[in-house]
Every structure is written in structure tokens, then in C-alpha cells.
Design a protein around this ligand. Structure first.
Ligand SMILES: Nc1ncnc2c1ncn2[C@@H]1O[C@H](COP(=O)(O)OP(=O)(O)OP(=O)(O)O)[C@@H](O)[C@H]1O
Ligand SMILES: [Mg+2]
Length: 254
């Protein structure tokens, strides 16, 4: 087992805004009185293809409460990544609504959605999406710098340490293994302590021990920060550790 899950107590003092259960409990209490973390209604996605129109997602309805952990499972090609992209406002739907903490994200313009993502959301892409011309450290610092955080370097270093990459800070993505890139992507998503964390197959490129450590880290952060976690996974053991599982088959909830 890699050592990084045990690094929790070392990380928290570097990040006072996140320290201790008091803040997390206060956040949880505040959130409990508010709108659902995610409310999806009539959400669908159709695209044009050679044979006419392809329906990737049929109209979907569900809600996710603050601090909930939700697994989205289903066969390859069933629409999981498409759904996650819509929940994050990274793609636009053919119909329907997504409200994040009561905000109708498709009523916002692109800039409004980008601002909301920066404030609220961490996203771990299935394909990592690291910036090739930035080092591991710079990739993780970026979302902090965009917020004008004066502690960006120290916080990014601490988070990379926490995912076991303290010795790879200066590496560019092309010199990192697939699993290391995945952990940089996780560190980048976590480092701003977002109230909403979306992760698409976050352990897909990891060996069993590292994957387990990453999952432990995600659940720890969910508990510490009372954040809402939505996880796409093919691994039934990981799904079973979430508070709720939804299954998609050919673009429909089953
Ligand atoms: N822009 C697009 N144009 C055409 N087809 C698309 C587009 N985006 C997704 N698809 C198709 O929609 C289906 C769902 O894709 P999606 O990536 O959401 O699946 P997934 O459930 O995440 O699969 P996997 O488990 O393999 O990652 C796939 O058949 C895919 O080919
Ligand atoms: Mg996918």
C-alpha cells in the first residue's frame, strides 16, 4: 500500500481553510439547509451522426444531496462520461436542466459556467487533460493561481505529496506514467477543496494498491470537507463504497 493516504494530518495544517472537522461540520450543516447539490431534470443529449441522429442520453431525472457519495456505473458506451460532462457544464444538453446548489447552469453563459466551475467544482477526466507545457506542480498550482491564492505553491506541493508524487513536482506530463498523470489530475481537482468533486474512472490507470489509496483519499476528502462526490467507475467494489449507485444502460437510468 502506498503511504500517501496516511498523510492526511500532515496536509491539513498547510491548508487552514480545510482544517478540522469543525469547519466541515459547519459546512455540512449549512449545506443541509440549502438546495440539492445536484438536481437533474429532463436532461438529454442527442448528436448528429452519419445515419441521422444518435441519442446518447434519454431524458434523465435525479438529485444528489450535499455531502452524498454517488457512483455512476454502466457498460462502456452507455453515456457515463457524457452525463458527467453535462453535470459539470462542460457540454450542453439537447434538453433539460442541471442545477448545482440551486444554480441553473445552462441559464448561465460560458463565462458564468466557467466561474461557477472554478468556485465549486473539481473534475477528474477519464483522459486526465493535463496541460503538456506545465510541470506536475504547475498543473496543480493553476486552479489556485486562477483564484489569486497566495499559497498556491505550498498547497500544490502538499497535495502532490498527498497523492505520492512529492518527488515528481518538476516532471512534465509526458515524462510521467499513466498512473502518475492520473494522480496529478486528482491533485489538481482536489487542491481547491471544491464542494463538488466529479471523477471519471479515477483509478482506471492505477495498480490495485495505488487505486485503493486514491479511493481512500477521495472518501477522506469527502468526509473532511463535506463535499459531494460523483464517481464514474467500472469497479463494483468502489461503487459499493458510495452511499448510492445509479446504473446507466444505453443512455437510460435503470
Ligand atoms: N460527440 C459525440 N458524437 C457522437 N457520438 C458520441 C459523442 N460523444 C459520445 N458519443 C457516443 O456516445 C456513447 C456514450 O459515450 P460515453 O463516453 O459517455 O460513454 P461511457 O459510458 O463513458 O463509456 P466508457 O465506459 O467506455 O468510458 C458512445 O457510444 C460514444 O461513442
Ligand atoms: Mg467514459
Amino acid at each position: 500500500m502506498p503511504e500517501f493516504p496516511q498523510a492526511t494530518s500532515r496536509f491539513i495544517p498547510d491548508c487552514p481553510a480545510l482544517a478540522g472537522g469543525v469547519a466541515a461540520n459547519a459546512t455540512a450543516a449549512a449545506l443541509a439547509t440549502l438546495a440539492p447539490a445536484i438536481a437533474v431534470s429532463g436532461l438529454s443529449k442527442r448528436v448528429a451522426d452519419a445515419s441521422g441522429e444518435l441519442t446518447i442520453l434519454h431524458p434523465l431525472d435525479f438529485t444528489v444531496q450535499p455531502a452524498e457519495t454517488l457512483a455512476i456505473v454502466g457498460a462502456s458506451g452507455s453515456g457515463k462520461s457524457t452525463l458527467l460532462g453535462l453535470l459539470a457544464g462542460l457540454d450542453t444538453p439537447s434538453s433539460g436542466k442541471v442545477a448545482l446548489a440551486g444554480v441553473d447552469i445552462f441559464a448561465l453563459d460560458e463565462d458564468g459556467r466557467a466561474a461557477l466551475r472554478m468556485a465549486q467544482l473539481g473534475f477528474v477526466f477519464q483522459s486526465f487533460q493535463l496541460l503538456a507545457h506545465l510541470t506536475a506542480l504547475e498543473n496543480v498550482m493553476l486552479p489556485l493561481e486562477l483564484r489569486g491564492d497566495a499559497q498556491a505553491r505550498a498547497q500544490a506541493e502538499a497535495m502532490l505529496g498527498r497523492v505520492g508524487l512529492g518527488a515528481r513536482l518538476g516532471h512534465y506530463p509526458k515524462y510521467l506514467s499513466g498512473g502518475e498523470q492520473q494522480r496529478v489530475a486528482l491533485a489538481r481537482a482536489f487542491v481547491t477543496a471544491p464542494p463538488l468533486l466529479f471523477a471519471d474512472e479515477p483509478t482506471g490507470s492505477l495498480d490495485a494498491a495505488t487505486g485503493e489509496a486514491v479511493i481512500q483519499l477521495m472518501f477522506e476528502l469527502n468526509r473532511e470537507r463535506a463535499s459531494t462526490l460523483v464517481l464514474v467507475t467500472h469497479d463494483p467494489h468502489i461503487a459499493a463504497r458510495c452511499g448510492r449507485i445509479i446504473t446507466i444502460a444505453a443512455g437510460r437510468l435503470v
